[in-house]
Design a protein around this ligand. Structure first.
Ligand code: SF4
Length: 397
């Protein structure tokens, strides 16, 4: 399918909007009130540190809402303002944050229902408005909505769109896109829908397995079984790994994406030699600045003497989970929570350890003076971080 031509024609349609509706001034006051925090602003102004009683808080120097998320949330609010009477739908959580998504529900922005694991778009009618979230939507979903004649408000982050452009370039030159991401993450699903041939690798270990296959063809059946859910239909590793381009889910660990890119570059160099490298390997820098900054700030934060770390963000938020991985790798007790409601009653916390279900930890705040590191994912409003800090102070007061 010519996805590029489709996107071009969609962008020219009068039903399609990818900029706001001129209500920025009206919604910015509401957004500030609902999501910003004076306490967090004060901590920022005091070198990201605050001591109250027995508790010292160190905030990461970059955390919380990234501009792509801020933009998407503002566009959703503007959409409500611009279409006060129309039914408004969103194809997925606009961002991975429960409080923001709850607020949208209160504004009567409906989520497309999911039946037996499939989204049911039959609810959408031509006079409805449909918002595409910050991490985008698949080409198939866009085509379906376009064919219904409804109004589409596209809040896809420009960084995500940049990755899609890379994938288009791979496709044009008949390269397979190797996507560093999670095969069932909405952003990766959307990105792979722009590719012709693709393979999704979760981490360096999977990438090494693929690189090894490229150099010494291993067991094809085993390969296909391992990537059954993570490759394009009819994928043939013996033919489709001769020319590869690198793409990424924008919220993956930056260092890992870079390592995976280098690994495939070296693999192709080894197999085809330096003069033919460009005919077998293609890579563009599509690592999002915001993800990079938050991860770098976390690496700095874990250098401090901390008793524990609190990582705040939606449980299905990829970039938040990666922040927790960094704390865990340093051996710092780290609690991933999605809101202040997870703390209490008393000195207990309900948190999600990496790769596990929610757990309750009693007496999670040690006695005496403590130093707590705090960060939050790109889809977490400052208000939620404030709530968490206040609860910690109260518990130790
Ligand atoms: S994390 Fe990066 S890619 Fe994702 S919405 Fe924010 S700015 Fe965009």
């Amino acid at each position: 399918m010519d996805t590029k031509a489709f996107k071009r024609s969609l962008q020219q349609s009068e039903n399609y909007h990818r900029r706001g509706f001129g209500h920025q001034a009206e919604v910015s006051g509401v957004l500030n009130q609902e999501y910003q925090s004076n306490l967090i602003q004060t901590i920022r102004e005091h070198n990201y540190t605050l001591t109250q009683g027995q508790v010292t808080i160190h905030l990461a120097q970059a955390f919380g809402f990234c501009w792509g998320v801020e933009r998407a949330v503002a566009m959703a609010y503007e959409t409500r303002q611009h279409f006060p009477k129309e039914r408004i739908w969103i194809t997925n959580e606009i961002i991975h944050n429960p409080s923001v998504n709850q607020r949208l529900k209160e504004m009567e922005v409906g989520f497309i229902p999911v039946k037996a694991g499939e989204k049911d778009f039959s609810v959408v009618e031509s006079q409805d408005v449909v918002i595409l979230p910050a991490f985008g939507a698949s080409v198939e979903e866009m085509q379906l909505l376009n064919s219904k004649g409804c109004t589409i408000v596209d809040t896809t982050c420009p960084w995500v769109a940049k990755v899609w452009n890379s994938v288009e370039k791979h496709k044009k030159k008949d390269y397979t896109s190797i996507i560093h991401g999670k095969y069932n993450h909405e952003e990766t699903i959307a990105t792979s829908s722009f590719a012709d041939k693709y393979l999704i690798v979760l981490n360096l270990e999977e990438a090494e397995y693929v690189a090894e296959y490229i150099l010494n063809r291993k067991d094809k059946a085993e390969f296909l079984q391992r990537f059954a859910k993570a490759c394009s239909p009819g994928f043939d590793p013996d033919l489709d790994l001769e020319r590869v381009g690198i793409a990424n889910q924008t919220t993956m660990l930056k260092n890992e994406t870079e390592q995976i890119g280098k690994l495939f570059e070296h693999t192709m160099l080894k197999k085809y030699g330096p003069t033919a490298l460009n005919e077998h390997f293609m890579s563009f820098n599509t690592i999002c600045d915001a993800t990079q900054e938050r991860q770098d700030a976390m690496f700095e934060l874990v250098e401090k003497e901390l008793n524990l770390m609190v990582v705040i963000g939606g449980y299905n938020s990829s970039n938040t989970t990666h922040l927790q991985e960094i704390a865990q790798a340093r051996g710092i007790p780290s609690y991933h929570i999605d809101s202040g409601d997870r703390i209490g009653p008393g000195n207990r916390v309900e948190h999600k350890p990496l790769g596990k279900d929610l757990e309750i930890k009693e007496n999670w705040l040690p006695a005496g003076e403590i130093t707590v590191g705090i960060t939050s994912g790109a889809s977490t409003p400052d208000k939620v971080v404030e709530e968490v800090i206040k609860k910690i102070f109260n518990l130790k007061s």
